[in-house]
Design a protein around this ligand. Structure first.
Ligand SMILES: Nc1ncnc2c1ncn2[C@@H]1O[C@H](COP(=O)(O)OP(=O)(O)OP(=O)(O)O)[C@@H](O)[C@H]1O
Ligand SMILES: [Mg+2]
Length: 260
């Protein structure tokens, strides 16, 4: 199984006045032993920046990020990486299906597999009927589902997901969380999922990394006591874990409120 290793990640962005703003403050973790690692942190703390650094879209100022394959470290063995962006970033001049085939082509997935995969993942996100539609004519939630399907359709070894269910209604989000969990278990992907929803973190994460407000640093790490198949949002054990997670987040917020 491929996995992600982040070591002492430090990232600054420039403010408009030219001063530096620290966004990532020595963040270290790896996803080796875990199917889904959730990054849970407040808005603006640096979660998307961290995913961008893992994907190679953003360069770190210090530290390093590696996506490691069990097949060796040569570039030819670099694991297939899928990224479900916070803003779906679809190609507006291509149809839903063409957006997905563009990803399949980019990852050199054999053409013979395309139609089965398209059928499967469009059905999972509930967009089979809209396969020939262009993104501009879809709702925000539908676009987000296309983004999710595009990340899943390549069946990546490492999957990065940035708040993939945030624009969906409660029932659709619930169904897609279940499906995504099932897919990740089946494909044995190493997944990093960003969220600021405590229940989503408790449901999706095999391990939850809690980040503080900017600059993002790790303040707590909790392992989920329940295996994916045993997570039921109405179950008492699940509710107890969600409570533990919430307490950890609330403790952090109290600290942030103390005037310095
Ligand atoms: N390219 C950039 N240039 C300058 N500042 C940036 C850039 N990208 C992000 N930032 C700043 O870095 C900080 C972290 O942004 P980031 O998008 O990583 O937050 P986030 O945790 O993903 O937030 P949210 O939960 O709202 O999506 C913010 O203050 C943001 O304004
Ligand atoms: Mg973000």
């Amino acid at each position: 199984m491929a996995y992600v290793q982040v070591e002492n990640a430090v990232k600054y962005f420039s403010r408009e006045d030219g001063t530096d703003m620290l966004v990532l403050d020595r963040v270290s973790f790896d996803t080796k032993e875990f199917g889904i690692t959730c990054l849970l942190g407040p808005s603006g703390c640096g979660k998307s920046t961290l995913l961008n650094a893992i994907s190679g879209l953003e360069r770190l100022d210090q530290g390093r990020v590696e996506v490691i394959s069990n097949h060796g470290s040569a570039p030819s063995h670099s694991p297939r990486l899928g990224y479900v962006f916070q803003d779906p970033r679809l190609l507006h001049w291509k149809s839903v299906e063409e957006n997905l085939t563009f990803a399949l082509k980019g990852m050199s997935i054999p053409h013979a597999e395309w139609s089965d995969r398209l059928r499967k993942y469009l059905e999972i996100v509930g967009l089979s009927e809209f396969r020939n539609q262009f993104p501009l004519y879809l709702s925000g939630g539908m676009r987000q589902r296309v983004g999710l399907a595009r990340g899943l359709v390549i069946e990546p070894e490492v999957l990065l997901m940035d708040e993939p269910f945030s624009k969906l209604d409660q029932l659709t989000a619930r169904r897609l969380r279940e499906e995504t969990l099932r897919i990740c278990e089946h494909l044995k992907q190493s997944t990093v999922l960003v969220t600021h929803d405590v229940e989503e973190a408790a449901y999706m994460g095999d391990r939850i990394i809690i980040l503080c407000a900017r600059p993002a640093g790790i303040v707590d790490i909790l392992e989920n006591p329940l295996p994916p198949g045993a997570r039921d949002v109405d179950d008492l054990q699940f509710i107890a874990f969600k409570k533990r997670l919430l307490q950890s987040v609330l403790k952090l917020m109290e600290k942030d409120e103390v005037p310095s």
